[in-house]
Write a protein that binds this ligand. Sequence first.
Ligand code: ADP
Ligand code: ASP
Ligand code: MG
Length: 411
Amino acid sequence: MGLIVQKFGGTSVGSAERILNVAERVKEEKARGNDVVVVVSAMGKTTDHLVSLAKELSAQPDKREMDMLLTTGEQITISLLAMALKNQGTDSVSFTGWQAGIHTEPVHGNARILKIETDSIKKQLSEGKVVIVAGFQGISDSGEITTLGRGGSDTTAVALAAALKADKCDIYTDVTGVYTTDPRYVKDARKLLAVSYDEMLELANLGAGVLHPRAVEFAKNYSVPLEVRSSMERVSGTIIEEEPKMEENLVVRGIAFEDEITRVTIFGLHNYLTGLSTIFTTLAKNQINVDIIIQSTTESNETNLSFSIKTEDLENTLKVLEENRAVLEYDQVEWEMKLAKVSIVGSGMVSNPGVAAEMFKVLADNGIYVKMVSTSEIKVSAVVAETSMLKAVEVLHNAFDLAKEYQAVKR
Ligand code: ADP
Ligand code: ASP
Ligand code: MG
């Protein structure tokens, strides 16, 4: 007998009928002889609705109250699922984040899980109950309710699986697994049989919304076997593990993309030596995440600095730069909005030089202008115009043969 953590996302619990379907999946897992902990998200688009409701009342809602509001979404689902399970004869109990012992940093809106006290969950499991935990929420040491960032229920599930030393964590969602790219936008996208933790971490960080990046981090750090699978279809999904052996010869495993990116350029940065660190320290202190950074020197020996940010951070970035103008000693700031980042990811790149060159050739052949570039051992990202984003994904998907079926290797 094992312990399985199952996580069901918003669409999968989007109606009473879908909750009944989840109850059925839980019951099946129980019938296989396993203890089951279930993590659920808010129903359907509940979190989005709550966010827009708050924005109707305040342009920048108080962060503490926002967490208080958003955590109600998951609380609806846990109670309904517990009712459904009890009704079909499966004993169960619902827990909020704090009842489940999930302790986080004292940060609102994007808290990290610090520790999980598993005693209460273990006690209920030992009594034969299914434990249903509200995703995306925890409690700080001072007793404040916190949330883990959008999409954070995945992280609740994997962190619980790690803390409970579960045999497996199944992430049930509205697609049948992790695809070579978002199947909602690219019809040729193909389901991957397996992805490594590192590749998945890159894909998630670079915009593939199928898994919360911190969930993958937990899975990697605690070696939690993870599967992304469909809540509706009974088919095997995608395994995320240390070294996938099932699909070989793949240089590029997948393509991630995200829009709403802005490039900010600071012209004539005097006092470059200290200016550089001051700029990024100041932005970081203001919770502004800077992504790609490019520095150039003009003929007249002036230093210009470009960096990319999320467009939602532009207003704040400009404010911070203006406030620190005297310290930073620059001439002028310009920016370009409506950009997107397209990234190819694959561990095979380490031993295959020329992948970046191939990527730029494909983009150039298709008239797609690259505005910024960043690379790591297993990824290459290119910033392009937002209007070219999907075209870039499509041509790269074709060029790297991602739609092709690979032979499964027996394990
Ligand atoms: P849930 O509510 O179950 O957490 P999400 O909407 O967070 O579901 O994640 C599933 C969605 O992720 C899919 O509907 C799909 O559009 C999107 N997605 C983005 N990139 C990928 C990818 N590479 N493979 C599969 N799905 C992806
Ligand atoms: N309900 C939260 C959100 O929509 C958390 C989650 O679904 O994972 O972001
Ligand atoms: Mg999600």
